[in-house]
Each structure stands twice: as structure tokens, then as C-alpha cells.
Design a protein around this ligand. Structure first.
Ligand code: SF4
Length: 742
């Protein structure tokens, strides 16, 4: 046993050690257990906490570089007010009081003139911001709070949340033993014999990045992998089967596998009979996708599709780990529906080692919306994009990012006047058609940015900038995905005047609507949030982490439905292979494949001009989206933006390793460095996202070189799926050529 077990702080080698949960920033949006080593109020180093059940002492480079982030000379340290024109680097330092008063006055003025919905709130995928920001927006009266800002949340995780919700009632996770504090040692858990990793690299990715550690342990213990990815990733290199898929054709693969599983009767007949709805209709539908046809569509050899389907179905248990790739096809809902059907039909639904429904974690994840119910109906109806697509009414409150940009530009149905941008670097990071987003934001009269560093977004638009604290500089509630809850513990004196996101939102919230923020201080607010756990912040901090009760096969025990009856929380009470909700929304109730809108198949003439399939957005272990570009040790590992291209394709274009190349299509162009690699198909290129250059000139027109290597310039924002969810960001077309040639 660790001699410090059960303590949250102690002395070691003349240093204070603080045990904490690494909820960003910087980092990612999971949370690993860390030990922060402090001397004279300064952070000396960070190590993984060997007692924390998720990462068990491991850390990825983003967290090991923490001291470089905290003490970086370029950190924002004081509230700033713009004194020049937008885009100029001219600021004056103001006090926090001045900043809050200024923002509150401006927001109140806009609220009374144009209505609260004319102020929108954007958040990034990090820093615990969601909980506090949603309540800031809702208590102000605005329904317009956007996770991911103008990044298309409707093409990032949200489609999986919606599709699981409408077809099974709730989200399912691959079971790596994460819902037990003793993880792999728990005797109720069974290790998945086969893990199918679909469009995801859990060891580099951030959601669920820290789960990568648990997956790794399964691999060490003998779990076999099927990896579906256009690139030979770290996990693909260790897989029993790597299916090198054509980007954007995931639905055809899933349907081809379902064809094999159904026609060869490899499914769990009892589960299908008792707990699913629409088997006959699905059986009929999959006849349209024999493996031979799926092979032609996906480029995966027919025998591999058959072998993968058999291997997955025969492995008992088996789990599927999916990633953003399945959201970023235009018709993502039927893609996701097909994958859910795979784990539902093979008896892996909520079974040990399969795809399981989480514990609910005391309902803590819902807290962020607690003020939503106080919005009146008119406000809800005024939400950006409300009513555009019937499926929007099924459980997701946030407006679609693409519609935000349209409304900014058109002023219809009402003008947007101000923005609160917290921990998101809008057009430099995840927003498709970045120029258009930029033009849209230019229309705003008043913009506040909360961040750690000056970014292209802050330089271009902010009227006021508020400096945020990193996680060792603040307290917080560390929600580790849907797995467990711990505390983020302040370990050091904050750098100059930085404040935590929670304090910022709390103090502004109190000014805008004091009744909605009734707590004396942030600590009291944390205690109120933790009430369902029966613990105070201090008690939880002393305990380290807390798990909610978890059990398997909840549908048999009446634990999923509000009426307490066995079954699933869907209209039919069953897993809906045929979705009655999709039918009600006038959408196809069964999974299907649709060719990406621009591809060698759907637009052959265009593809002659743009012969490569462009895929983008794969994570690296060193950056979190557009974060970390100014951190020396991380930048050294990935100094330039990289486009991967097969050596044969590169040779035909006279492109050599390390050459600067243009990637171009009819929407835009950017330049990146060529990396020649055989891990990608000669017909596909992969380009990194999130690039800007903190070392370059900040003021307009450069904006830290944000227009140079921004791959989102090549992604159209308007090609939305029929459901209102899904965009073809993983499967565009492009050409590439050396920069000198241009
Ligand atoms: S996955 Fe990496 S960045 Fe995220 S909390 Fe863990 S160590 Fe930190």
C-alpha cells in the first residue's frame, strides 16, 4: 500500500505534494490522477498518481509539460481591455472589478435592447467550463450556449449521444473495467476478448484519452484488436486485423458486417428476441449490403469484412470503442445506428466486457443544465437553429455551430450582438470554413475571451480578455468522464492575477442574476453541486475519488426506465434496431450508407481535379486541438503541421519528405509539411488540424499565422446530414502540390 494513501497532501524530500485530478487546462477533457510537487509555492514537477484507478501513475506528455505551461512568459496574467482597433495588439490592464462591471453593464444593456438570446456563449472541450458556463448563459436568459463554439458539436460526439439515446435510451461505453475502483481486478468484470476500435486512437486521443491506459492493460492481458482506420495507428499496428477503410464509408462496413452476422446467424438469438425491436426490418435492409458490395465501397477486401464480422461476433464478450470519425460523415446517424446494432445483436449490450451503460455518477453530469428549466418557452424557442430539424428536439440542448455562423452573418431571425468565448480558439481550431466564421464574428459588437494565452481569436475579436488559471492554480470538481468524481486541488500560488474559470463565471453570474448564484463563494457552490454524493468538497478531497454504484444488465432489473419496469428507455422499451423516433422525424428508421457528397464516386469529375481523399482531425499525444503550440518540449516533438502522404503518391508529385506542400480544394488552401509514410493509402492524405504559430506576428493580418496551415479552410460548413447532425469533415477531396511549384 502507498504510504500516502488516503492523504491529499504531504511532505516529501523537502517538497509539498498535492494529490489532484488533472481537469484542464491545459490538457484534455478527461482527468487523470496527478501528484503536484511544490516548493515555495511554485510547481516543481508533476507525476502520475499511482493510486488513481484510471491512469495508475501514467501521464501523457501534455501533463508532464505542465510547469512549462504554468510559468510560460506569454501567459495572460491580468484582465485586459482593448484600446486600439480590433486586430491590433493594443491593450490596457484593468482590474477584475472593472472587467466584471464593464462586462455586466454591456451584457445588461444588450439584454434590455435586443433580448438575452442576442448574447451567445461558446465553450471549448475543456476546463470543466461546461457546468459553469451553461448556467451562466441560462441564468442570464440566453438559450445559446454552444459546446465547442462554432466547431460543429453536431459533428463531434453529440451524434453518438443522440443516436444511443433514441435507439437504446442512454449512452454505452466499451467496458474496460472503468466503472469499478479496482478496475481489472474486479471479479464481476470480464475482459473483452475482442475490442473493435472504430475511427479512434485511444492512446493519443483525448476522449477518452485517459481510458487509453485501461485499454492498454486489456491489450497486455491478451485482448485482441480489430482496428478500423484509414491510417495504421499505434493500435492498428498491434491489431489482429486492421481494416484500412476509405474515409467516410463506415456505415457500409457496419452494414456489411451486420449482413454476415445476420445471414450466418452469429447473433444472440435470445437477446434479439427479447430485447430488440425491428429485427426483421434490419435483416431485410442488410441484404442490400453483401460483403462484396461493402468491400467495393470501403476498399476493404471482402474476406477481411467477413473475417472481422465473424471474429467480433464469436468473441464473447466483445466491445466496440468508437471515435469522432463516425460522427464526421454527413449521414452519421445511420452510421452510428448500424454500429449500435452490432453490439446490441451480439449479446454485448450492458454485459460484462461488452458495451455498457455507465453508473450515472450521481447525476453530476446533468448539473450543468440546472438553470435551463428556468428559461421561459419563448427563450427556448429563440435558440439558434431551434425547430430546423425534428431530431433537435430529442435531448440535446445546444444549438448547431454552423447555424451560429449563418445567423451571425445574416442577422436572421434576430441579430447576435455579443459573445462570451471561454477556452475555445474558434476559427483557429475546430470551426469548419474558418474564414466564414471569422467574418461572422466580425459582426459582433462586444466580445469577451477567457483563456490562458493570447490566441488568434482573442487578438482578432476580444474587447476584454480575462486570464484563466491552470489546474494546479485552482480548486475544482474533477468529473472523470462518466466514471468517477474527485477534486482538483489548488497546489500553488496563482501566477499574478489569473482566476479560475469557476470563479470568473461565479462572479459574473452573481452580477447578472444574483438569485441564480445564491452561494457565498465558489466552495459553497461546489458543496451544493456535490450534494447528491453526500460529501462535501473537503470530504471528497480527503477520500480522493468516488464511484457511483454500478451493475450490469440494468435493463433486466428495471433500472433504466422511469416506470421501473424492465427494458430500455425507448418508445418500445427495447433496443430499437428500427427506430420509431427516426421514423417520427421523417428519417429513415433503419441504418443505411450514403456516399460522401464529394468523392471519386459521387463527383467523379471533381475528383479528377482533386484526386486525393482528405481526412483530418486525428489527435497527437502532444497537443490538445489548438493548445500547446507555444510549449517548447511539446513543440519539439511536432514542430510543424504535418500532412501524411504515401511515398508512391508523393513520388509522382515530386514531393520529398519534409517539403512544404499545399493542400487545396475548391473551398480553400493551406500549407503543411509532407510526411511520407506507408501507413496511409496512396489515395488518401491526412492533415493535422488546429495549427497557428504563437511565435509569429499577432496583429492582423497575420493573427499568428492562422491562415497559413489551417486545414479547416478546406472544409465546407454547410453539408449537414438529413437529421441536422453530421458533416463530411473526415472525407473531403483535395489535391496536393509542392509550395515551390505554386
Ligand atoms: S490524458 Fe494526458 S492530458 Fe489528459 S489528464 Fe491524462 S495525462 Fe493529462
Amino acid at each position: 500500500m502507498d504510504k500516502n494513501e488516503g492523504k491529499w497532501t504531504w511532505e516529501e524530500d523537502g517538497m509539498k505534494v498535492v494529490r489532484s485530478v488533472a481537469r484542464t487546462g491545459p490538457g484534455c477533457h478527461y482527468g487523470c490522477g496527478v501528484l503536484l510537487y511544490v516548493k515555495d509555492d511554485k510547481l516543481i514537477k508533476v507525476e502520475g498518481d499511482p493510486e488513481f484507478p484510471i491512469n495508475k501513475g501514467s501521464l501523457c506528455p501534455r501533463c508532464t509539460a505542465l510547469t512549462e505551461v504554468v510559468y510560460h512568459p506569454d501567459r495572460l496574467k491580468y484582465p485586459l481591455k482593448r484600446i486600439g482597433e480590433r486586430g491590433e495588439d493594443k491593450w490596457e490592464r484593468i482590474t477584475w472589478e472593472e472587467a466584471f462591471d464593464n462586462i455586466a453593464d454591456k451584457f445588461n444593456e444588450i439584454r434590455s435592447k435586443y433580448g438575452p438570446e442576442s448574447v451567445f456563449f461558446c465553450q471549448g472541450t475543456a476546463r470543466d467550463v461546461g457546468v459553469y458556463q451553461n448556467n451562466l448563459a441560462y441564468s442570464f436568459g440566453s438559450p445559446n450556449t454552444l459546446a465547442f463554439g462554432p466547431l460543429h458539436g453536431h459533428a463531434c460526439h453529440v451524434p453518438r449521444v443522440i443516436t444511443t439515446k433514441i435507439t437504446t435510451g442512454v449512452y454505452e461505453f466499451p467496458d474496460y473495467s472503468q466503472f469499478f475502483p479496482n478496475t481489472h481486478e474486479n471479479t464481476n468484470w470480464r475482459m473483452p476478448k475482442c475490442i473493435m476500435i472504430w475511427g479512434n486512437e485511444p492512446t493519443a486521443s483525448t476522449s477518452p484519452g485517459s481510458m487509453g491506459y485501461l485499454l492498454m492493460e486489456c491489450i497486455k492481458r491478451g485482448a485482441e484488436l480489430i482496428v478500423i482506420d484509414p491510417r495504421k495507428t499505434w493500435v492498428a499496428a498491434r491489431a489482429k486485423m486492421w481494416l484500412q477503410i476509405r474515409p467516410g464509408t463506415d456505415a457500409a462496413l457496419a452494414l456489411g458486417m451486420l449482413n454476415v452476422i445476420i445471414n450466418e446467424k452469429l447473433y444472440d438469438e435470445e437477446f434479439v428476441r427479447d430485447w430488440t425491436y425491428g429485427f426483421d426490418e434490419l435483416k431485410k435492409r442488410v441484404q442490400e449490403y453483401p460483403p462484396e458490395k461493402a468491400s467495393k465501397i470501403t476498399w476493404i477486401p471482402e474476406e477481411q469484412i467477413i473475417a472481422a464480422a465473424r471474429m467480433y461476433a464469436a468473441s464473447e464478450p466483445a466491445a466496440i470503442q468508437w471515435g469522432v470519425a463516425v460522427d464526421q460523415t454527413k449521414e452519421c446517424i445511420p452510421t452510428i445506428h448500424a454500429i449500435i446494432s452490432l453490439w446490441s445483436m451480439t449479446g454485448n449490450m450492458d454485459a460484462p466486457g461488452g458495451n455498457v451503460i455507465g453508473s450515472g455518477l450521481f447525476g453530476l453530469g446533468q448539473h450543468g443544465g440546472s438553470q435551463y428549466d428556468n428559461l421561459n418557452e419563448e427563450r427556448k424557442r429563440n435558440k439558434i437553429g431551434a425547430g430546423m430539424y425534428p431530431l433537435f428536439d430529442y435531448g440535446y440542448r445546444m444549438p448547431p455551430g454552423a447555424q451560429l455562423t449563418e445567423q451571425l452573418l445574416s442577422g436572421e431571425p434576430y441579430p447576435l450582438k455579443a459573445a462570451w468565448i471561454q477556452s475555445t480558439n474558434t476559427f483557429a481550431c475546430g470551426a469548419a470554413d474558418s474564414r466564414r466564421v471569422y467574418e461572422g464574428f466580425k459582426k459582433l459588437g462586444f466580445v469577451v475571451v477567457v483563456d490562458l494565452f493570447m490566441t488568434p481569436t482573442a487578438m482578432a475579436f476580444a474587447d476584454i480578455i480575462l486570464p484563466a488559471a491552470t489546474y494546479p492554480e485552482r480548486d475544482g470538481i474533477g468529473l472523470v468522464g462518466s466514471i468517477c468524481v474527485g477534486t482538483t486541488n489548488k497546489a500553488i500560488k496563482p501566477v499574478e492575477e489569473v482566476k479560475s474559470d469557476m470563479e470568473i463565471n461565479f462572479e459574473l453570474g452573481k452580477r447578472l442574476n444574483p438569485g441564480a448564484w445564491p452561494w457565498k463563494d465558489v466552495r459553497e457552490m461546489f458543496n451544493s453541486m456535490l450534494e447528491p454524493t453526500g460529501m462535501t468538497f473537503e470530504e471528497l478531497r480527503d477520500k480522493g475519488y468516488l464511484y457511483d454504484k454500478f451493475q450490469y444488465k440494468k435493463y433486466e432489473k428495471g433500472l433504466l426506465r422511469t416506470d421501473g419496469k424492465p427494458g430500455f428507455a425507448t418508445p418500445t422499451g427495447k433496443v430499437e434496431l428500427y427506430s420509431t423516433i427516426l421514423e417520427k422525424c421523417n428519417l429513415d428508421p433503419l441504418p443505411y450508407f450514403e456516399e460522401p457528397p464529394e468523392s471519386p464516386v459521387s463527383t467523379p469529375e471533381l475528383a479528377e481535379e482533386y484526386p486525393f481523399i482528405l481526412t483530418t482531425g486525428a489527435k497527437t499525444p502532444v497537443f490538445f486541438h489548438s493548445e500547446h503550440r507555444q510549449i517548447p518540449s511539446l513543440r519539439r516533438l511536432n514542430p510543424e503541421p504535418i500532412t501524411e502522404i504515401h511515398p508512391d503518391a508523393a513520388a509522382k508529385l515530386c514531393i520529398k519528405e519534409g517539403d512544404w506542400i499545399y493542400i487545396e480544394n475548391r473551398y480553400g488552401r493551406c500549407r503543411q509539411k509532407a510526411r511520407l509514410t506507408e501507413r496511409i493509402d496512396p489515395r488518401v492524405v491526412h492533415s493535422q488540424h488546429g495549427w497557428w504559430f504563437p511565435e509569429k506576428s499577432g496583429p492582423e493580418p497575420s493573427l499568428f499565422g492562422v491562415w497559413e496551415s489551417n486545414i479547416n479552410l478546406l472544409l465546407p460548413a454547410g453539408m449537414v446530414g438529413k437529421s441536422g447532425f453530421g458533416y463530411p469533415f473526415k472525407a473531403q477531396i483535395c489535391r496536393v502540390y509542392p509550395v515551390e511549384e505554386a
